[in-house]
Design a protein around this ligand. Structure first.
Ligand SMILES: Nc1ncnc2c1ncn2[C@@H]1O[C@H](COP(=O)(O)OP(=O)(O)OP(=O)(O)O)[C@@H](O)[C@H]1O
Ligand SMILES: NC(=O)c1ccc[n+]([C@@H]2O[C@H](COP(=O)(O)O)[C@@H](O)[C@H]2O)c1
Length: 285
């Protein structure tokens, strides 16, 4: 019997989910297995957070449909849930803001369970409850709550779960702010599933930003070469090709009943600049 006390962990995955595929569900499964065997974690919850319509990605259909499909996909899962907060926001939300939102949700659930964490007070650490944390936040001391507490709470930890393509997108100029990446990998932690054609280890090794946080990045190997992507699924649907077994059956029925992915829907946001590129454009040069 394993007597060591494991840290409870919640995994959050932000993405288009346009639509959710079996690979997305497998990503959660692989991450949980890896962290429970190799890490000192008990993965208690997985959260799928479909991006809001304001992301402006080409071919992105309404968030309400993407959220519904994701909910159908996790119907049979005992630990993966779908959260619609991000999808309901009128404006696109940076991923670190989505993490903050879920972190605050986790903390507020801890309210009433007394101490949820510790902060530095001089040379010692002071135990602190959720109410004092939210009070600190109200007074604008986000630093203490976000930089000091993430990995010091007695409650669950929260990490971002993603595929290797998202990790490598950290290197795309203008897409991510360095301080946001620092917050994600430094304060929360990242679980990254390998994807064919992406060399995660080489990318981390080559990044001065990621290298100091490498111990917070859990790389999970997908040994079965499988590059199912939502893009491939949408293309097949447009062409009338079968996508059965690439998606959960209830998701496929939902798509077919509403004829969701068409040549027309693929033109949504055509020529529109992706929200993060628009938002961060002024920060460069
Ligand atoms: N085959 C896969 N292997 C590993 N991770 C994956 C795979 N497919 C999707 N993911 C991950 O799932 C998360 C949500 O992905 P997203 O909704 O953008 O799907 P996608 O299939 O990559 O979409 P698209 O093809 O539209 O870019 C991301 O972190 C992405 O890296
Ligand atoms: N700066 C940022 O926070 C930033 C930049 C680009 C993408 N993202 C997120 O990464 C995810 C990527 O999804 P796609 O792979 O479908 O583009 C989305 O959830 C999106 O919001 C975040």
């Amino acid at each position: 019997m394993d007597c060591a006390k494991k840290t409870k962990l919640v995994l959050l995955s932000c993405g288009s989910y346009n639509p959710v595929t079996n690979m997305h569900l497998r990503m959660f499964e692989l991450a949980r297995e890896h962290l429970q065997i190799k890490g000192h974690y008990e993965v208690v919850k997985g959260i799928i957070s479909p991006v809001g319509d304001g992301y402006n990605e080409k071919g992105l259909i309404e968030a309400s449909h993407r959220v519904e499909m994701a909910k159908l996909a996790v119907e049979s899962s005992s630990w993966i849930e779908v959260d619609s907060w991000e999808g309901r926001q009128a404006d696109w939300q940076e991923t670190n803001k989505v993490l903050r939102h879920h972190w605050e949700e986790l903390l507020s659930r801890e309210q009433g369970t007394d101490v949820v964490g510790t902060v530095k007070a001089g040379r010692k650490r002071k135990r602190i409850d959720a109410v004092s944390i939210s009070n600190k936040r109200k007074h604008g001391k986000m630093e203490v709550a976000h930089k000091g507490l993430m990995h010091k709470t007695d409650g669950p930890h929260l990490m971002l779960l993603c595929g290797a393509d998202v990790l490598e997108s950290f290197g795309v100029p203008g897409l991510w702010k360095n301080e946001d990446i620092e917050e994600i990998v430094g304060s929360y932690g990242l679980v990254c599933i390998t994807r064919s054609s992406f060399d995660v280890d080489a990318f981390i090794q080559g990044s001065d930003l990621l290298w100091p946080h490498r111990h917070n990045i859990h790389v999970v190997r997908e040994w079965v070469a499988n590059d199912v992507s939502a893009t491939h699924v949408r293309r097949a649907l447009r062409r009338g090709h079968s996508v059965r077994y690439l998606l959960p059956d209830p998701v496929l029925s939902y798509i077919q009943e509403r004829r969701l992915y068409t040549a027309e829907s693929e033109q949504t946001n055509a020529g529109v600049v992706l929200a993060p590129l628009q938002k961060h454009a002024g920060n460069h040069g």
